[in-house]
Design a protein around this ligand. Structure first.
Ligand SMILES: Cc1cc2nc3c(=O)[nH]c(=O)nc-3n(C[C@H](O)[C@H](O)[C@H](O)COP(=O)(O)O)c2cc1C
Length: 164
């Protein structure tokens, strides 16, 4: 019998790193995925997106997001992934957590970062009152903001195995 709780991986990803981890988790656990997308996409150079992100984080701005492809209400366990944006979660993930009731659900938070992790996980936990936090993970990518993962692949495998 398969006792794996029905699991949904919800993530935001601008340049692919957080998506890569979401897909890895989904494959390992047999979970569904749902990508958070803002109604107005982030466009422009990395510097432009970085500057826009800074303004949004500093203002506590919650951008409008599209309806998710799956409803978290139908899942027992929710994994939420975000890139680090200016020492916290990406604004679109704040929108998701602020507008979704995760109380009573098993929740796993992970974030990707480029070496200045800030308080992402603490902020995510604070934005999900009543959730049962099962596990959290910080995953390091290269400091230039690129797609090279520094955290060893087997560390991610072991982390997933520890709660899956
Ligand atoms: C707007 C913006 C702000 C960022 N702020 C941080 C930061 O505060 N700390 C950090 O370590 N990395 C920061 N980064 C780098 C990303 O967190 C990192 O490259 C991440 O893995 C990107 O994930 P993604 O490919 O899923 O978008 C920032 C990137 C962007 C675009």
């Amino acid at each position: 019998m398969d006792n794996t709780p029905k699991t949904l991986v919800v993530y935001f990803s601008h340049s692919g790193n957080t998506k890569r981890i979401a897909d890895k988790i989904a494959a390992a656990v047999g979970a569904d995925t749902a990508r958070i997308e803002t109604t107005v996409p982030y466009t422009g150079s990395m510097n432009e997106v970085s500057a826009q992100g800074k303004k949004e984080v500093e203002a506590g701005y919650k951008p409008k997001i599209r309806p998710l492809s799956a409803d978290p209400a139908g899942y027992e366990r929710i994994v939420v992934g975000t890139p680090t944006w200016w020492y916290t979660m990406a604004p679109a993930v704040l929108t998701f957590l602020s507008s979704t009731d995760l109380s009573g659900k098993k929740v796993i938070f992970y974030m990707t970062n480029a070496g200045w992790p800030g308080d992402v996980i603490r902020d995510m936990i604070a934005a999900a009152p009543g959730a049962e936090i099962v596990s959290t993970k910080e995953i390091l990518f290269d400091s230039a903001g690129g797609n090279n993962m520094i955290t060893p692949e087997n560390e991610i495998d072991n982390w997933i195995a520890s709660w899956k």
